[in-house]
Write a protein that binds this ligand. Structure first.
Ligand SMILES: *Cc1c(COP(=O)(O)O)cnc(C)c1O
Length: 241
């Protein structure tokens, strides 16, 4: 087995264990393999272990992989910052977008979503720690945006996503995830039964245990599957050689 394969089975065992200790069924959890900076072959390795949902941050890099892996019917999730000039290609090539934080972007995705693909799944990115430099909308704006997005027929609002500040013990890691869970409950009180949010996209390599305990439904994991990412300086060197 390659290390990707070993990593995935070790990760799945941990997820199983954390789900059990949280009193949850691991079937409720989607393991989203974050494949930014990884090549086609690494993605295929992960797929050979049964993973079929991949998260990408950078549009051009993602389009190349989506195209090369077209025959595989993977589910592609866009998890990077999203500007207006990228919405069309995102709407045409992805099944999910986790990083919607304003109505303008949502309307463009709605208008540009090809009918034959069905509604695009959407999570609102919440700046859960109210950090000035982070993207995402503030928790107190989330309900209004959710209600507006609900009116857009080519989008299916699924839930909330957050990238909290790094914290180093499980007890403090759980706090922002708890806050995101409570925000979802609060928004759901405003929505009709058939429209309720069912998704919490939270938990990365360093904090999946905390996220599982606070009712995450999508774990976005890169490093614990593929190993450490090369840093940007290394990438540049690769290109010039
Ligand atoms: C890179 C990234 C991840 C994965 O992070 P790891 O720590 O490598 O698991 C998850 N979510 C987002 C939004 C990312 O950009």
């Amino acid at each position: 087995m390659t290390s990707i394969e070993k990593n995935i089975s070790a990760l799945q065992e941990r997820i199983e264990k954390f789900a059990t200790s949280a009193g949850r069924d691991s079937q409720e959890l989607l393991l989203l393999a974050v494949s930014k900076t990884r090549d086609i072959e690494e993605i295929q390795r992960a797929a050979s272990q049964g993973l079929n949902a991949f998260g990408e941050n950078y549009l051009q890099e993602a389009l190349h992989k989506i195209n090369a892996l077209k025959s595989m019917s993977f589910e592609w999730h866009f998890i990077g910052p999203l500007q207006s000039n990228k919405t069309k290609q995102v709407a045409e090539n992805f099944g999910w977008v986790h990083t919607v934080d304003r109505l303008k972007i949502a309307k463009r995705l709605n208008d540009q979503r090809p009918e034959n693909l069905g509604p695009l799944n959407i999570c609102l990115q919440i700046n859960i720690d109210n950090e000035p430099t982070k993207s995402g909308l503030s928790p107190d704006q989330a309900c209004d945006l959710a209600l507006s997005i609900r009116q857009l027929p080519n989008l299916r609002l699924r839930g909330l996503m957050a990238i909290p500040q790094a914290r180093h013990n499980i007890k403090s890691q759980r706090q922002p995830f708890r806050a995101l869970f409570l925000l979802k409950q609060e928004i759901n009180q405003q929505l009709d039964n058939f429209q309720k949010l069912d998704t919490l996209s939270m938990g990365m390599s360093g904090d999946i245990e905390a996220a599982i305990h606070e009712q995450a439904t999508i774990l976005r994991v890169g490093t614990d599957i593929f190993g450490p990412r090369p840093d940007k300086a290394n990438n540049k060197e690769d290109k010039t050689t």
